[in-house]
Each structure stands twice: as structure tokens, then as C-alpha cells.
Design a protein around this ligand. Structure first.
Ligand code: ARG
Length: 563
């Protein structure tokens, strides 16, 4: 039981309200000198028809204080509780250090699957900067759920199906100069761009492309082999980028995977009378819900993106029996997912309530895409490279003696970009700038990593500390207590991030620990002469270090020990 729960339980002894309600009413006073937990008496005032100030005063006399609460004071309409500092410090530090790498986690998700559909890039298309939010948010949620005891399943729902692959084959057969499997994404994109240029003057090429895609669909050996090689070449390349970003997938089942799994869905829609024919196409009319129809089959009988998503959702339910299915996809697809969810509901899939479109705003590069080496697309890899290069320069200046500057620059540069995508509520549009994300003094990834490295350095220089001798009651100055409080707030942030699908809550909690840690570092002499004080301050530094490391890792960011 934590202090807030204990206070709620104690209040229950003298107030006619259920314990959950009392718990929900408890607040944290803005000013720490007013106590640690506050009970506002307004609600009771209405129930009891008595002034809130009088109720607060009466409660103060009646209440039996739980263990760990030093005193209660009635201040106006509030009853404020003060936690016994010495004991609190010992409890928190012991809890954090005992938990180790598991701190902030729980087993709330035990035995339950969460399927996450994220990054979900398109084959033979640029892995662009615009894929950053889906990739970073999805990866962070994956890690957050794992920390909360869930069994996450990461899916890269590849865009690997459609007429564009017919076009790619036409282009390759016309202009290809080496085996397809030796092509990189940029070269494949060049082929695609060239195709579109030439097809403007030679519309017959489109006919040819359709024929090639048809050959892929019908399993023609040559066509399928070419398509598969392009797909493999793309995957091979993006895996390198994912590795840099600490991103992993349990499944790469893309759109093509559902080619033979749509038929039962289409049949069910017809048989249940959910779909109907409309000018040759098969659609689900959604006008009753103020949405345009969801197209299931085009008039030429071909399936589309939406058909595959319907089949994919059903497949995932059967395969993983998920507690939640999260689609980490930009808000541009809000309508698409509303339609999909509505059609699943009409099909009687009650588990559609567990499907969530975790949408997000746009990222753009400050000053436009002038950092690209080619064309209009900004490649994610180019952004990572540029960030790493700039970081390398900063590190050379700041830490000329650091041994492995290159690997530190990689961890910090890539981390800075990821942090930049995760520091705000996901629906906000982000305008990205290198100066902003690489500001070592701002609320950035590098600042968090730097604080972590600083803690490591303090602990290294101290040569460790004796945990058995820890008496945290000596931590009574406001800086130590503020740091403890920030560390203590971390688990609630992780839990909330999972509930709201908002990794930024973890990033903010990490930043709170970093800010408090640096204040503590500047104001308090960690290496105190008094051994008790020194031990307690080192343990506190260690707890901060550990919390920052865990938090960064939950976001998919490395925490180097030196930088
Ligand atoms: N490949 C799609 C795109 O780039 C995103 C796919 C998202 N996932 C899904 N199941 N629809 O727009």
C-alpha cells in the first residue's frame, strides 16, 4: 500500500464515502510546505451540508493516522497530510534499488497479449522521416507494455501488395542494370520515379504493369520471384535502421500475407447482408454513421487496403487472442480506422472494443527538406546520420578525452531524434530541428543521457557504496527530497503511459528525475564527510541513475555510461 492508499483507508474510518472515491479525491498540494497529500472537503460539504473548513477541522480530530504519516493539519477547506520524511526516504530508496531493472514495471498485464501495428512501411518506397513517429511511438509502447508484464506482439504491416509492384517490375525489366536483390531502397525509388515520368508519355506501360501485377497475384514464378526479391532487399535495408533505433518486430506479415485470408471475410459480409453491390463494387454503406462507404471490392473485383485490414484484424484475434490491438498510424487515417472498426462491429466482432487507433500528428523538418541528398523525400537514415555527425562534433568539443566517441555519438544522436518524436503528446504536430533536439541543456534526450552519465561518473569515482549501511532518514534537505519524489513518481507515469498510449508521459517523468538530479548535484555535496550522509546520497544518485536508464530504455533510447 502506498501513502495515498493508506490515507484513503484511514479516511474511510470517519467519512461515509467508498474508499475508491476517497482515493480519487486526494490531491498533491502545489506547495510542498503544505504537506504531501491533501484531502479537499468540498464534496463532503455538499453531502453533510456543513462548511468545508469545519469538516476539515473535525476530521483532523477524528482521524487515526496510518503508519508513515507524521501529522495532519486542517488548512481552510483542506486536510493536509505530512509523510514522515525519514521513513519515506528509506522506503522509496529500498523499493527502487531492490527492484533493479524492473523498477516502474508491474505484472498487471500478465498472460495478456497486446498486438502493436507500427512503422508498417511500404516496400520499394523510401523509409522516410515521416515514419519516425509511428516507429518511435510503437516501439516505446511495445517496451512499456513489456515492462507492465504484458506479452506484446510487434507487427510490421508491410505495404507489400498492389499494382505499384507491377510498375516496379516493368521499370526494372526496362532499365534494371543488376540483379534485383542487389538494389537498395533509393535505387528502387529511382526506378519508380522514372517509371512515372515515362508512363506519362507511354500510357501503354500502365497496361503492362497491370498485367505484371496480375501475374504476381496468380503466382507466376518469374513475377513472384522479382516481387519477393524487391521485398527482401527493402527489408534487409530497413532492418539496419531499425537496429540503430532498437526497434524489433515479432511479425512482418504485411498486406500480401492476407491475400488468401480475405475471402471468408468478404463472404461473411455478403451472407450477413452487411455489404451490397454499388455500380459493380462491393461496399458497406456507412451513411447512417456519417461516413463514406467502406469499399470491400472494386468494380474490377480486386481487394483494397481496407479489405486486407479487415482480414488482418480477424487473423490477429484468432492468432494472438489479444487484450488490445493498437494501430500506431498517423491521424490522416482516422477515417479509415473508424470505417474498419465500424464494419467489424457490424460483423458482430465484439472484440472491436479492444482495437484502438493510436494516432499522431505530423513531423516536419524546420526549414523544409533541404537536408535530403536527393529528391523531395527526407530519408530517416539521413536524419539519423546528420544527428550523429553533429553529435560527434559536440562530443569532440565537450569531452575530448572520451575513448569511444563514435559509439557515444551514435547512441546520443539517434537517441536525440527518438526523444524529439516522443517528448510531446502524440497528437501534436512536431517541427523538428537539429539544434533543438541536440541542445545538451534543453529538455532533450542528450540532456537525459548526460545526466545518466553524470550519475555513473559520481558512483564510479566514489567506488560504490555500502547498501547494507543505508539509513536514508538523513536525507532531509529539500533537494534530496525533491529528487526522491521525482523517482517515486516514475511507476505511475509508466502505468499512465500504457493506459493512455502516451510514451511522452515516460519521457516527462525521466526529465523530472533529471532536472531534480542536477539540482541535487549542484546544491548538495554528495561526497559528504559524514559516512551516513555520503552513503545515503550515493544511494539516491544510484536510484536516479537507474530510473533514468530504465526510462530511456522504455523509449528505445540507449543510456551510455560515459559521454
Ligand atoms: N503502410 C501504411 C502506410 O504507409 C500504414 C499501414 C498501417 N497499418 C495498417 N494495418 N493499416 O500508410
Amino acid at each position: 500500500m502506498n501513502y495515498t492508499e493508506a490515507v484513503a483507508a484511514a479516511l474511510k474510518g470517519c467519512v461515509e464515502l467508498p474508499e475508491e472515491e476517497l482515493f480519487a479525491l486526494l490531491e498533491t498540494p502545489k506547495n510542498p510546505s503544505m504537506g504531501d497529500i491533501a484531502f479537499p472537503c468540498f464534496k463532503l460539504s455538499k453531502l453533510l451540508r456543513k462548511a468545508p473548513n469545519a469538516i476539515a477541522a473535525e476530521l483532523k480530530e477524528k482521524i487515526v493516522l496510518p503508519a508513515g504519516i507524521e501529522r495532519a493539519e486542517a488548512v481552510g477547506p483542506y486536510l493536509n497530510f505530512f509523510i514522515e520524511k525519514g521513513q519515506q526516504a528509506q522506503t522509496v530508496l529500498t523499493k527502487v534499488l531492490d527492484a533493479g531493472k524492473a523498477y516502474g514495471g508491474s505484472d498487471e498485464g500478465k498472460g495478456r497479449h497486446v498486438v502493436l501495428d507500427y512503422s508498417s512501411i511500404n516496400i520499394a518506397k523510401p523509409f522516410g522521416f515521416h515514419h519516425l513517429p509511428s516507429t518511435a511511438i510503437g516501439n516505446a509502447l511495445y517496451r512499456i507494455y513489456r515492462h507492465l508484464g504484458y506479452d506484446p506482439v510487434g507487427v510490421n504491416h508491410l505495404g507489400d501488395w498492389g499494382t505499384q509492384f507491377g510498375k516496379m517490375i516493368v521499370a526494372y525489366r526496362k532499365w534494371g542494370e543488376k540483379p534485383v536483390d542487389q538494389y537498395g531502397i533509393r535505387e528502387l525509388v529511382d526506378l519508380y520515379v522514372r517509371y512515372h515520368k515515362e508512363a506519362e508519355e507511354h500510357p501503354e506501360m500502365d497496361e503492362e504493369a497491370r498485367a505484371w501485377f496480375h501475374r504476381i497475384e496468380t503466382g507466376d514464378e518469374e513475377a513472384v520471384a522479382l516481387w519477393k526479391q524487391m521485398k527482401d532487399a527493402t527489408i534487409r535495408e530497413v532492418k539496419k535502421t531499425y537496429a540503430r533505433m532498437g526497434v524489433q518486430f515479432d511479425s512482418w506479415a504485411g498486406e500480401s500475407f492476407y491475400e488468401d485470408k480475405m475471402e471468408p471475410v468478404i463472404r461473411e459480409l455478403k451472407e450477413k447482408g452487411i455489404s451490397k453491390l454499388d455500380k459493380g463494387a462491393t461496399i458497406v454503406d456507412l451513411s447512417e454513421w456519417n461516413m463514406p462507404p467502406c469499399i470491400i471490392l472494386k468494380s474490377d473485383g480486386s481487394t483494397i487496403y481496407a479489405t486486407r485490414d479487415l482480414a488482418a484484424a480477424c487473423y490477429r484475434k484468432e492468432t494472438y487472442d489479444f487484450a488490445k490491438l493498437l494501430y500506431v498510424v498517423a491521424y490522416q487515417q482516422d477515417l479509415h480506422f473508424k470505417q474498419i472498426f465500424k464494419v467489424l462491429e457490424l460483423m458482430g466482432r465484439d472484440w472491436v472494443k479492444d482495437c484502438v487507433h493510436v494516432n499522431f500528428g505530423m513531423v516536419s523538418m524546420e526549414g523544409g527538406a533541404f537536408h535530403t541528398r536527393e529528391g523531395k523525400v527526407l530519408y530517416l537514415d539521413d536524419v539519423l546520420d546528420a544527428a550523429v555527425e553533429k553529435t560527434y562534433e559536440i562530443i569532440c568539443e565537450k569531452s575530448p578525452d572520451l575513448e569511444d566517441k563514435r559509439s557515444a555519438a551514435e547512441a546520443v544522436g539517434v537517441g536525440a531524434v527518438i526523444w524529439g518524436a516522443l517528448y510531446n503528446s502524440r497528437i501534436k504536430d512536431v517541427v523538428f530541428s537539429y539544434d533543438k533536439v541536440l541542445n545538451f541543456d534543453g529538455e532533450t534526450g542528450p540532456y537525459a543521457q548526460y545526466t545518466h552519465a553524470r550519475c555513473c561518473s559520481v558512483l564510479r569515482k566514489a567506488g560504490g557504496y555500502d547498501r547494507g549501511a543505508l539509513d536514508a532518514s538523513v536525507l532531509s534537505d529539500p533537494y534530496s527530497l525533491a529528487l526522491l519524489k521525482a523517482i517515486d513518481g516514475f511507476p505511475a507515469a509508466v502505468k499512465a503511459a500504457g493506459e493512455k498510449y502516451e510514451p511522452y508521459l515516460v519521457a516527462r517523468a525521466v526529465m523530472a528525475v533529471c532536472t531534480a538530479m542536477n539540482k541535487f548535484y549542484y546544491e548538495i555535496r554528495i561526497m559528504a564527510d559524514d559516512e551516513k550522509e555520503r552513503t545515503a546520497r550515493l544511494a539516491l544518485t544510484d536510484a536516479a541513475r537507474q530510473t533514468i536508464e530504465i526510462g530511456l530504455n522504455l523509449l528505445g533510447i540507449q543510456a551510455p555510461e560515459r559521454m
